[in-house]
Design a protein around this ligand. Structure first.
Ligand code: NAP
Length: 274
């Protein structure tokens, strides 16, 4: 039986910190849709049973956050190419015979930069970090035709493994050479957790980076990380990470509520409101 009120949500463990309910809540209200988007705390042992139950009680789909992003791939009836390339999903659409698992971080990352810098066309990019978010960044850069990605990570084996997986356009660079590798780059991305409130800043000297390069940080708390502040001071275009969170939510909302919403200042302010 389909509920008349559209339901969607986000599953994670823990989940209280998620900004997604506020984000989707803003769009639901803005468009006058009789629906709800709810945070659902689901332990790993309950994941499969929860994904079986939710469509039967009226949910159209969910976002997925830590620690379930990889596990849902093994439970999905269908996966998108982006989800397979990233190896993780963040957006599920319930269907009659199971669910579709998609990864909208690839879209969210690229759309965020393009919204601020419409002419962005990465040729030589520097990426710091080799965790889950970095994988989505690499897929987006490759899809936009990047010629070379200089990839560095504190644990160097993780960068080497990603280069093996994603091909010769990805060049692993030793962690100690991260500042020097910026010479000639048109794009710099921080895909580590460094710079986040409560964590040390990213220790990176920007002297070699061309002042025309676009600099983006996936960390969005604080909005202006020490990296973005330093880049702005020397004249680089900077793109904060909150926009990626907002843009990655667009395809999910459209899947569940049938309408493609806009990312605008009102949405940003709603998500930032305490
Ligand atoms: P993850 O899989 O846990 O990876 C964490 C990354 O940060 C790894 O590369 C790790 O290096 C590095 N790192 C952590 N602490 C470090 C330290 N003290 N020194 C050097 N490197 C350190 O996390 P993730 O999912 O990729 O997320 C990375 C960041 O992106 C997080 O801050 C997350 O909030 C943010 N993010 C933002 C969005 C958005 O929409 N804006 C989306 C996804 C993620 P090692 O491999 O050496 O541990």
């Amino acid at each position: 039986m389909t509920a008349s009120i559209a339901l969607a949500g986000v599953i994670g463990f823990p989940i209280a910190h998620s900004r997604s309910p506020r984000l989707h809540g803003h769009w639901l209200k803005d468009h006058g849709i009789a629906g709800h988007y709810v945070p659902l705390q689901v332990a790993p042992k309950d994941l499969a049973a929860t994904l079986d139950l939710l469509p039967r009680i009226g949910f159209r789909g969910v976002n997925v956050t830590l620690p379930h992003k990889e596990a849902v791939m093994t439970l999905a009836a269908e996966t998108t190419e982006e989800a397979r390339r990233v190896g993780a999903a963040n957006t599920l659409l319930f269907k009659d015979n199971g669910f579709l698992a998609d990864n909208t971080d690839v879209y969210g990352f690229a759309s965020n930069i393009l919204a601020q810098v419409p002419a962005w066309q990465p040729r030589v990019a520097a990426v710091i970090g080799s965790g889950g978010a970095s994988r989505a960044v690499l897929v987006a850069l490759l899809d936009r035709g990047v010629a070379e990605v200089r990839l560095t990570n504190r644990t160097s084996e993780r960068a080497t493994r990603l280069a093996e997986e994603f091909g010769s356009r990805i060049r692993p660079i030793p962690w100690d050479s991260r500042s020097e590798m910026l010479a000639g780059c048109d794009t710099l991305i921080n895909a580590t957790a460094l710079g986040m409130t409560g964590k040390p800043p990213l220790d990176l000297c920007l002297d070699s980076l061309p002042s025309t390069a676009v600099v983006s940080d996936l960390v969005y708390s604080p909005l202006e990380t020490p990296l973005l502040a330093a880049a702005r001071t020397r004249g680089n275009k900077v793109v904060d990470g909150l926009g990626m969170l907002l843009h990655q939510a667009v395809p999910g909302f459209e899947y569940w509520f049938g309408l493609r919403p806009k990312v605008d200042l009102a949405l940003r302010n709603a998500v930032l409101a305490q």
